[in-house]
Write a protein that binds this ligand. Structure first.
Ligand code: BTN
Length: 251
């Protein structure tokens, strides 16, 4: 794959790999620098969040970006929101006018309420306070979406996007990601938080979260200054949720 990259990014392109996140991890552990990008035409063992598999036939985008943010571990979770905002920007830039795009906490991208992209953030084992590396893995359905999901899934193709190659999308996405990472570094999380909230799915609504085995219901109040979802629980009390699935939005 050829594609113009922002300064400091280096592309490693593959035909088929088990998972671009695994390949990026291998490179990270061998000392590859921040800005290393692994992209593959297909994955044979693509992974999603919570150990789910990620359908990865040829034609979609599978990319993993290695970062070494040198920030405290708790802060690295913000990078998945940074990536979601960047991917949202890239899709709005490339898509048709009036695109109904939304970001579902923590890091799904929806178009007309159907999932078009997912992000899987992984970090290196933590000996001290800082993670040695963070990998942002992104999968975007350009041409193909799985049929067997418990949530609606869609493709860019069926949402009126012009014909795009994975490389076209990667180029725009990395440009946006580079810009948002810089803002996050220099201005802090607030700029990312407000860009994310401007497109948040279910913000202000009654939602149901699945947290491990537990279902929790309440109103999605806000995103905290660290990136947690603030929930006003139906039974009373506020809760800051740092992991989980927004599985249902009740209208
Ligand atoms: C999710 O929504 O559950 C996250 C999906 C992340 C999929 C991407 S595809 C590129 C990278 N490699 C993987 O194995 N997973 C991520």
């Amino acid at each position: 794959m050829t594609c113009r990259l922002p300064d400091g990014f280096v592309l490693h392109g593959f035909g088929s790999v088990p998972s671009t996140n695994d390949e990026a991890r291998r490179l990270a552990e061998a000392g590859a620098p921040a800005g290393t990008v692994v992209v593959a035409e297909q994955q044979t063992r693509g992974r999603g969040r919570h150990g789910r598999s990620w359908a990865s036939p040829p034609g979609n985008l599978y990319a993993s970006v290695l970062l070494r943010p040198e920030c405290p571990v708790w802060q690295t979770a913000q990078l998945s929101l940074v990536a979601a905002v960047a991917l949202g920007d890239a899709l709005e830039q490339l898509g048709p006018p009036g695109l109904e795009l939304a970001l579902k906490w923590p890091n799904d991208v929806l178009i007309r309420r159907a999932k078009v992209a997912g992000i899987l953030l992984e970090s290196g084992s933590i000996a001290g306070e800082r993670a040695p590396w963070v990998i942002i893995g992104s999968g975007v359905n350009l041409a193909m979406a799985p049929q067997d999901t418990t949530y609606p899934a869609t493709t860019l193709c069926s949402q009126g996007f012009p014909r795009l190659t994975p490389s076209d999308l990667l180029e725009t996405y990395l440009g946006a990601l580079d810009g948002w990472i810089r803002r996050w570094r220099h201005e802090g999380f607030e700029a990312v938080r407000s860009a994310w909230c401007a497109r948040a799915f279910g913000l202000g609504d009654q939602i149901q979260l699945r947290l491990g085995g537990e279902d929790v219901e309440g109103r999605f109040l806000d995103l905290s200054e660290t990136g947690a979802l603030l929930l006003e629980q139906t039974g009373g009390g506020r809760r800051a949720v740092t992991a989980g699935d927004v599985s249902i939005v009740i209208r």
